[in-house]
Design a protein around this ligand. Structure first.
Ligand SMILES: [Zn+2]
Length: 159
């Protein structure tokens, strides 16, 4: 059996007057993440980690942020497409571990809904998706609530 790991990192600006999509769900908040797509930072790092593990470039390579086709797109659609790219090459997901860095609001109450949503999109077990959250103790762009960051590692396998 062939096993590979992958890593993803992403940041989005937070601004008032935008919906805050995170982990496939809409999180109630006064600000939302801004980007060409729906700016779901957690889904983006999972996509990047999966593509990295399969050595298939990154999310920007497959879904250019200059392409009007992807403007405002639901990142769950991108994730579904990434899963298709991997399964076409014979890869399946072992597990995903991720961390969201956000000062406010509290992410923890939303984690079960995120896991449920992402498991459905990726057609994997909720048990194989770990989502963690941390603040940055009010330091840096996360601490000042200017942005949200996330990291993910994944394991994929085939054969
Ligand atoms: Zn992104």
């Amino acid at each position: 059996m062939k096993i590979r790991t992958g890593f993803g990192y992403d940041v989005h600006r937070l601004e008032e007057g935008h919906d805050f999509w995170l982990g496939g769900i809409k999180v109630p908040h006064t600000k939302g993440a801004v980007g060409h797509s729906d700016a779901d930072v957690l889904i983006h790092v999972i996509c990047d980690a999966l593509l990295g593990a399969a050595n298939m470039r990154d999310i920007g390579f497959h879904f250019a942020d200059t392409d009007p086709k992807f403007k405002g797109i639901d990142s769950k659609i991108l994730l579904r497409d990434v899963i298709k790219l991997l399964t076409d090459k014979g890869w399946s997901i072992g597990n995903i571990d991720s961390t969201i860095c956000l000062q406010q609001p509290k992410v923890n109450p939303h984690i079960p809904a995120m896991k449920n949503c992402l498991a459905e999109v990726m057609q994997i077990d909720e048990e194989d998706i770990s989502i963690k959250a941390t603040t940055t103790e009010k330091l840096g762009f996360v601490g000042t609530e200017e942005g949200v960051a996330a990291y993910a590692v994944v394991l994929i396998q085939k054969g």
